[in-house]
Design a protein. Structure first.
Length: 564
């Protein structure tokens, strides 16, 4: 839910701090007082487009900040994680939006910068704003299938997952078939080249890592003379009479004689003996290394020729032997595909036939399940419309199954149809002409879908325009009931709606002779009575209108208590 919102320098609002609570909120005030600016602020918070015109004249920037609370399991957190935004605010979400006088906009979520697209993704989970003439998603025919599936998720989702798997399989096979058919002519032209390349690489009989081992062996063979001479010199120095191991051995004997007389020298004797043995072992290894050095010019020639072959292949097919062998695998697959194209084509066609059969069956099961859900949804909508004094309205969720016209959503085209008056045919929901009918149908639909779309804040911007009497009272009661499952805000001019509010905000203007200011007052019980009296009687508030206003609030409280 929306807990707080602060607005700075937005249009005629200089500074406003608002605190909200659960339930039904109404915003009232004279025409032109600035009620729509509150909606503009929420729209900006939810990722709406900004404009320099929204910045208060004479200010550098406008700023809106909102604090929301969500349960830990709400989908908004998954959306935030996908955007790389972490939260350490214990289920609180803070959004700040700034617009400069040059029209530039910056947004932050929990202190982290986010672009407009990211803000819009999050905003879709925050607030749903409905205006009298706005075409919301409920009135977009292409969205109706999504709403139907959302309403019947527990029944439809398992069948839809099965369909999606079948659709993915079919799409993959169709893609392979198309590529095979489109590439057949070009592949035939490449046949000889592929055969040459396979022959050239396979005849070389490459081994992974071969080039590295050959280069190492080449270095040894090319420098065999130098290696032999240095090894021989090192061995000779270790065994060069008084200057080598013989001298060290004599030194050890002398130290042993001393140690026999002075035990304190024993550790040095042991250390010297160890050094002697290590040097002696190293000398033997150097001798063996010297004796193993190979002088093999023919082997060196072979290695150089082999490396030349590998270098030629590397220039054509890859930087390393591993890359060349990978390319060979790829070309062999292409060659196999070309040489066995007809067999592969027949195989894919058989796979396609099977995939189509499975897709048809899945699409039909999905459509049948939607038909069942559609009947239930239509029944619930008709019941909601009866509560809103549209007793004779017909509503139908029309599902047209389109044979072999498969999409990711199935083979169905879904459209909400309505007939608001007896004798009139069912027509598209988007073609409703009456503003009062639009308001009530929208409210009926939202009363149902608010249970499944998990959007915590619903805003109705003068959707009760064109409605009066019993219909107005029905709308007020429906919004109040709806506010038991989500936070509802309504901008209204109707006292029947305002009296049902759990929180009432008065938007009004003031001027100091030079500037105009908009204020938002969270009305007390007495303030509510006076504002309701103004809505009932106009500018002049009389004792009678005050009594009537009090009576309306008392009756509204009784009705709300019965809703608990």
């Amino acid at each position: 839910m929306l807990l707080e919102m602060s607005i700075r320098n937005l249009a005629v609002i200089e500074s406003v701090d608002l605190h909200f609570r659960k339930g039904f909120h109404v915003l009232t005030g004279e025409t032109g007082a600035g009620k729509s600016i509150i909606i503009d602020a929420l729209t900006l918070i939810a990722g709406g487009r900004s404009s320099a015109d929204l910045v208060r004249y004479g200010s550098d920037k406008a700023a809106i900040e909102a604090l929301f609370h969500f349960d830990s399991g709400h989908p908004v957190w998954e959306t935030l994680a996908g955007l790389g935004i972490e939260s350490d605010t214990e289920e609180h979400l803070i959004i700040r939006r700034e617009i400069t006088s040059q029209g530039k906009s910056t947004s932050r979520i929990n202190g982290q910068l986010v672009n407009l697209s990211g803000l819009k993704q999050v905003g879709d989970w925050l607030v749903n704003i409905h205006g009298q003439h706005e075409h919301q998603s409920l009135f977009h025919v292409e969205e109706h299938i999504r709403w139907l599936d959302m309403f019947g998720d527990s029944q439809i989702a398992p069948v839809k997952r099965e369909y999606s798997q079948a659709f993915d399989t079919y799409t993959r096979i169709r893609k392979s078939l198309k590529e095979l058919e489109e590439n057949s002519k070009q592949s035939l032209r490449m046949l000889d080249l592929y055969r040459f390349q396979v022959e050239e690489i396979t005849s070389a009989k490459l081994i992974k890592g071969e080039d590295e081992s050959l280069n190492e062996e080449k270095r040894k063979l090319a420098n065999a003379g130098k290696l032999f001479q240095h090894a021989a010199d090192a061995y000779d120095l270790l065994y060069s009479g008084n200057k080598g191991l013989d001298a060290i051995g004599k030194a050890v004997q002398k130290l042993q004689d001393i140690a026999a007389l002075d035990a304190a020298l024993a550790p040095i004797v042991e250390q010297t003996q160890n050094a002697f043995y290590q040097l002696e072992d190293a000398a033997y290894q150097i001798r063996d290394y010297r004796d193993d050095i190979e002088f093999n010019p023919s082997r060196l020639d072979f290695i150089e020729q082999r490396l030349d072959t590998i270098t030629t292949l590397r220039r054509k097919y890859g930087d390393t032997v591993e890359d060349i062998l990978k390319y060979l695998t790829k070309v062999q697959a292409e060659l196999d595909l070309i040489e066995n194209k007809d067999e592969k084509l027949q195989e894919l066609q058989k796979e396609e036939e099977l995939a189509i059969a499975q897709l048809k069956a899945s699409a039909r099961r999905l459509s049948d399940q939607r038909q069942l859900v559609a009947e239930r949804l239509a029944g619930e909508i008709v019941a909601e419309l009866r509560d809103l004094h549209m007793e004779r309205t017909q509503f139908k969720v029309h599902i047209q199954y389109r044979e072999e016209q498969w999409t990711a959503e199935g083979a169905d085209q879904v459209e909400f149809l309505i007939s608001a008056n007896p004798g009139e045919p069912l027509r598209s929901l988007s073609k409703i002409a009456s503003g009062g009918e639009i308001s009530r149908v929208m409210l009926a639909l939202k009363s149902i879908f608010a249970r499944v779309d998990q959007i915590p804040v619903l805003v109705f911007d003068e959707v009760d325009t064109g409605v009066s009497g019993r219909a107005a009272q029905a709308i007020a009661e429906k919004m109040s009931k709806l506010s038991r499952s989500c936070q509802v805000f309504s901008i209204t001019h109707l006292p029947q709606v305002a009296c049902m509010a759990d929180a009432h905000y008065l938007i009004h203007k003031s001027t100091d002779g030079e500037r105009t200011y908009t204020h938002v007052d969270d009305l007390t019980a007495e303030g509510r009575i006076r504002e309701l009296a103004r809505m009932l009687g106009g500018v002049e508030v009389t004792g009678k209108t005050l009594e009537h206003a009090q009576e309306m609030i008392d009756l509204a409280n009784e009705k709300k208590s019965r809703m608990e």
